[in-house]
Design a protein around this ligand. Sequence first.
Ligand SMILES: [Zn+2]
Ligand SMILES: [Zn+2]
Length: 254
Amino acid sequence: MLDSMSELSTKSALPVNRLRDLLFPPACLFCQRPLDSGDQSQACCNDCFASVHIWPTSVCHQCGQELPEAMAPGPCGRCLNQSPVQCRTLNLYTYQGPVRDAILSWKLNGHEAAVGWLLQSAIPRLKQELPADVLLLPVPMPLSRMRKSGQHHAANLCHWIADAVGCHWSWQILRRQGEQQRQSALSGEARRKNLRKAFILSDDYRARIEGIRSVCIVDDIMTTGSTLHYAARACNRLGVPVSVLSLARTTQKR
Ligand SMILES: [Zn+2]
Ligand SMILES: [Zn+2]
């Protein structure tokens, strides 16, 4: 248990009090309500536990959209019509309720405990879905935003997941060029235009992917899928299968 809990943080040593609180939190990690013996999880209250929605597992393999079980793993009609760049889309949670709150709290305020719990809960699925020889690539952030926030959340996710699954990750292969507007402020078409030339590969990418059989591009939130689409398109030149992974995905239609 203690070994696996170390995956909750990228720091190697946690203060004892902090570790104890992660293992036996006095309050729900999501809504901060004090926990009691009626709560079935030691990490969150029953209400939050019931509101954490795992992304459906009966999906189109390529785009990740839900499909009736008889039709899974697809491809779905949309992918038959126009095949996505990525060969696989894996989403862990639905971006709503406590999952949404946890991710926003992590990104905006640096509170990582609830997201850490979500990731830890997803480890069995990640181990099952990700080959151990995959190379994880975080969706790169525009430099100006990284300088401002001092954080690279997709890279942190890669670090956590790579530790849990036992694979490698690299932030040096997929790069961002130019400065783009924030994606969250834009509509679907505007997002696509904004991203068309946003991603490039590093000059030395060939040396960096030597021996790699597949890559998986990782982002925290998948909304329209445009960011991951253009990031995957830039990775086509790597010459290996490209999949994409999000911690959470919105249910809005593309
Ligand atoms: Zn709660
Ligand atoms: Zn599909």
